[in-house]
Design a protein around this ligand. Structure first.
Ligand code: NAI
Length: 461
């Protein structure tokens, strides 16, 4: 099928490349010229395991193209994905201006045959109808320009190009986005047009049938067809549930710390209950990233708009805000005064295998430690590899873990990058002023660290 994906970030680029990989002809549009230049040269502007290879294969096969020309993209696609960012506003609401700009632009270029416009961006509930309205506005504005220039006729309802809007929320996880695209737990399609839903099912058929799955013997991927608002709500509810689950185990961890229980054993014990499940029960320094914080805030805001004061979701956020600074509390317990001390952060990104720093707990830690007068250094494999700095301030970024350890009064494991399990901790301990390890993800081998000479502190254990 002919597909256009507008917005080539973590979601759009992965979606576009994977759809091209399975044989669709995809044009990816972005208004960031630098990004498009990079992608045209076969390079991925983001770090995501497996993505570069998928891009290269599809580009060579001629099924994946990149452009800044949205008009060309819209003309090409029978299915048009909107995959631009919906970052949070200071109020907690979702900033939908990029979606609006794209929807208007689609309208201004819509011509010819029937198209399905797909909201892949996470958008506030009710955005399906809103996008439809903006697209129609775009069509009318364009017609006015044409009429004004003497180049066309006044738009009548009959002459409006045919299109439908579908909500197709994305559930991929950064760090395994390609894997998740080929191995989804479910595909949600919200919309009232059976024609549009059928086209979406055809688009995803190879994925639904597990042709690209790791385990091809699994039954087909469940496809849930819903109304638009329910599809939009599913995305928010899923993220709110996962964030709440982490806040829950973090609260349990804080109680464990006080009563002398071990949260890792507690999590195992409750996770074996099939009603609870063992995922998302790792206690640590809290959730972050580009989705959970903004989506939970947006859902709270939507509820507020409709006169409902959320208690549970607000509590999940407040537990998380406190949890993000739990490492500082632990540093103070061990080192007492932090002014003049040097703290080394192992990891900066909000999770491993991504270069995404949006709303990463490390940023709060750096800011807070600076405020308390500590010097902060950090080592992160992706930051070291790409030389990227993400405009980081208040932190000295080191190029290897041993340089990081050198002269530190304590280390804090912030991101559970796999390579952090196998560092030379004997050497690192010997380079530190004070070999203290705050394991912010309960990720390291406590006994091994202790043997290496570290004073080890976990979260809730
Ligand atoms: P991103 O910020 O990485 O990418 C957005 C892209 O859209 C950028 O490349 C930007 O240049 C481009 N863009 C903005 N305005 C444009 C315009 N008018 N025309 C063309 N391109 C334009 O965002 P990301 O992380 O990919 O998120 C996209 C949406 O997907 C958001 O709503 C997000 O909540 C949702 N989502 C994100 C997930 C993630 O793990 N990052 C997972 C699931 C959903």
């Amino acid at each position: 099928m002919r597909v256009c994906v507008i917005g080539t970030g973590y979601v759009g680029l992965v979606t576009g490349a994977c759809l091209a990989h399975i044989g669709h002809h995809v044009i990816c549009v972005d208004n960031n010229e630098e990004k498009v230049k990079l992608m045209k040269a076969g390079q991925s502007p983001i770090f995501e395991p497996g993505l570069s290879e998928i891009m290269a294969g599809a580009m060579q096969a001629g099924t994946l193209e990149f452009t800044t020309d949205i008009g060309g993209g819209v003309a090409h696609g029978e299915i048009l994905f909107i995959a631009v960012g919906t970052p949070p506003l200071p109020t907690g609401e979702s900033d939908t201006r990029y979606v609006e700009a794209v929807a208007r632009s689609i309208g201004a270029h819509l011509d010819g045959g029937y198209k399905v416009i797909v909201n892949k961006s996470t958008v506030p509930i009710g955005s399906g109808d809103w996008v439809r309205m903006i697209v129609l506005d775009g069509i009318v504005e364009r017609q006015k320009v044409l009429v004004g220039a003497g180049g066309g006729e006044v738009t009548t309802l009959e002459s409006v190009p045919a299109f439908d809007v579908v909500s197709n929320p994305e559930f991929l996880r950064e760090g395994c986005a390609v894997y998740d695209t080929f191995n989804p737990d479910r595909i949600v399609l919200g919309g009232s047009s059976s024609k549009a839903i059928a086209m979406m099912q055809e688009l995803y058929a190879p994925i639904i049938e597990r042709q690209y799955a790791e385990d091809k013997s699994l039954p087909p991927v469940p496809v849930l067809a819903t109304d638009i608002s329910s599809a939009e709500m599913i995305k928010y509810a899923a993220n709110a549930f996962l964030a709440t689950k982490i806040s829950f185990i973090n609260e349990v961890a804080n109680i464990c710390d006080r009563v002398g229980a071990d949260v890792t054993q507690v999590a195992k014990g409750i996770g074996l209950d099939s009603r609870i499940g063992n995922k998302f029960l790792q206690a640590g320094i809290g959730w972050g990233g580009s989705c959970f914080p903004k989506d939970v805030s947006a859902l709270i805001h939507t509820a507020d708009d409709y006169g409902y004061d959320t208690h549970l979701l607000k509590a999940a956020v407040s537990v998380n805000q406190r949890q993000r600074l739990i490492a500082v509390e632990k540093l103070q317990q061990v080192l007492k005064i932090l002014k003049g001390k040097t703290v080394g952060l192992l990891g900066l990104t909000f999770k491993p295998d991504t270069d995404d720093m949006r709303d990463a707990p490390a940023l709060n830690l750096i800011e807070h430690l600076n405020r308390l007068g500590a010097k902060v250094k950090a080592y992160d494999p992706i930051v070291a590899q790409s030389g990227m700095r993400h405009g980081l301030t208040g932190v000295l970024v080191e190029t290897d873990p041993e340089r990081l350890a050198d002269g530190c009064d304590a280390l804090v494991l912030v991101t559970d990058w796999q390579q952090f399990r196998n560092l030379d901790y004997n050497k690192m301990a010997s380079l530190m002023t004070n070999p203290v390890m705050i394991d912010g993800r309960n990720y390291l081998d406590r006994e091994a660290l202790q043997q290496a000479g570290f004073y080890y502190v976990g979260v809730g254990r």
